[in-house]
Design a protein around this ligand. Structure first.
Ligand code: TRP
Length: 455
């Protein structure tokens, strides 16, 4: 039987590292700091934490419960837990979404390789500061180089996946996630010593409750959701590799805690550096690929070697954090092909690679030669990002919470969440958690979803 051959993660540490690896990514570095600073600092962070506990955690647990109960990929899970129904067709959304995300995520991963090479060769010191912004737009619009780096990034992801769950994903995240924390800590400590760093600290931390509007609350929820990699089946698939002895609540809380810790550290590190160089903070690719290189170039005027080292450490951090996320995204497709199409892992990975690589090439070219192709006024890259983060992720999350809250038997949900009633704290938490999954999560997701499309 296929089930007997399924691998499991080696224990609590491995589970949390793999899940945190998926969660920690570009979202923590290029979106969280800006959102927090712009929307009331500590007040935003408080709303973010509340959203994580009351919305994201229940969805996280829904995915975990489905994954570990079924010990299957997203499609197989629905087939097993709701046999003979249409749920399995709905789950196709959660296979498509991660593959679309990984295609464009890999293009960005590729950019970070290019910028890493630039840092290693002290490339930012030789460019006049004023030209850094145009350097970025010029680079991404080129036809070949970005595709080469996209290929290297996605190829590395695929190589990790061919090694399997334990020797591939687990081994990689067991060392890379702790290394990410060390790197970001080093950058944080350094950036706090920069002149004018306090400006960044104040920007990020000063509590301003007057900025908390309904729109900001929606933004906090959306970010917490995105940051925890929810709604696209990655947590479901990773949870299917969790043994029946483990506590799902602990892995959920652990992952959320590490993700938040990283977002805060990255936030303070990035913003203090940005403020010290007198740059206006923004969100998105511009923050990492324009503002920060500008900061490095400014530092390079007085300390060229140090600035090269810091830039290198920074882009290594971005690269590794993007890789651990890409691994989890691609695994959703790989697990599906292995279990449903009966492919060998190697072929399943290769097939997924070819599909996502091709879409990624189109995404990359949409900054240059294919810029004219537009869907709903968006380029191919923009459309892939928009449809996955505003549409498919919310739909997937809705699907998972409705499935656990309304389709699965309550006794099965209880059994899975409490390990057959043996985990005392989980038994006590079950009622509120079930209520959040059944009523609150679907309603709130629907609101976020509609506002994402309509606003
Ligand atoms: N959580 C990732 C980040 O913060 C991005 C992301 C969104 C993601 N959805 C995902 C990663 C699904 C892996 C799987 O950057």
């Amino acid at each position: 039987m296929a089930e007997n051959k399924r691998e499991n993660f080696g224990g609590r540490f491995a589970i949390i590292m793999a899940m945190a690896g998926s969660a920690i990514g570009l979202g923590n570095i290029w979106r969280f700091p800006y959102l927090a600073g712009e929307h009331g600092g500590a007040a935003f962070i408080l709303v973010y934490i509340l959203s994580s506990v009351f919305l994201s955690l229940p969805i996280f647990l829904s995915e975990s419960i489905i994954g570990r109960r079924s010990k299957s990929n997203t499609y197989g899970a629905m087939k097993k837990l709701a046999p003979g129904t249409r749920w399995k067709w709905l789950s196709i959304i959660t296979i498509l979404a991660p593959l679309i995300i990984v295609s464009y995520y890999s293009v960005v991963g590729g950019w970070s390789i290019e910028y890493l090479v630039k840092s290693l060769t002290f490339g930012f010191n030789s460019v006049p500061k004023e030209e850094i912004t145009s350097l970025f737009s010029e680079f991404i619009s080129r036809p070949y180089a970005p595709i080469l780096f996209h290929t290297i990034f996605l190829g590395t992801t695929a190589i990790i996946l061919t090694a399997g769950v334990k020797s591939g994903i687990e081994k990689f995240s067991n060392w890379s996630v702790p290394v990410l924390f060390l790197l970001i800590l080093a950058i944080l400590l350094y950036s706090l010593t920069l002149p004018g760093a306090m400006g960044g600290v104040i920007y990020m931390a000063k509590p301003d409750f007057s900025k908390i509007t309904s729109k900001v609350i929606l933004a906090a929820m959306g970010q917490s959701f995105y940051s925890l990699s929810l709604g696209v089946g990655t947590i479901l698939v990773y949870s299917s590799y969790v043994s029946k002895k483990e506590n799902l609540l602990v892995s959920g809380l652990g992952t959320a805690a590490f993700d938040l810790m990283f977002a805060l550290m990255a936030g303070f590190a990035v913003m203090t550096a940005v403020f010290s160089a007198g740059v206006t903070p923004g969100a998105g690719p511009g923050l990492i690929f324009e503002s920060l290189p500008y900061v490095f170039a400014t530092m390079g005027e007085s300390a060229p070697v140090l600035s090269g080292i810091i830039a290198t450490v920074f882009f290594v951090t971005i690269l590794i954090s993007a890789l651990t996320s890409a691994v989890s995204l691609m695994e959703v497709g790989v697990a599906y092909l292995i279990e449903e199409m009966k492919m060998k892992r190697k072929w399943a990975t290769f097939t997924t690679f070819i599909g996502t690589w091709t879409l990624g090439c189109f995404c990359s070219l949409s900054f240059g030669p294919l810029g004219g192709i537009q869907f709903f006024g968006k380029t191919i890259f923009g459309f892939c990002d928009w449809i996955s983060s505003n549409f498919l992720m919310a739909l997937g999350a809705l699907l998972f919470s409705l499935f656990v809250g309304w389709k699965m038997k309550k006794s099965d949900v209880y059994d899975e969440f409490t390990n057959g009633g043996t985990l005392k704290v989980n038994v006590r938490c079950f009622k509120p958690v079930y209520f959040l999954i059944r009523y609150i999560a679907p309603i709130v997701i629907l609101i976020i979803f509609l506002s994402g499309i309509l606003l």
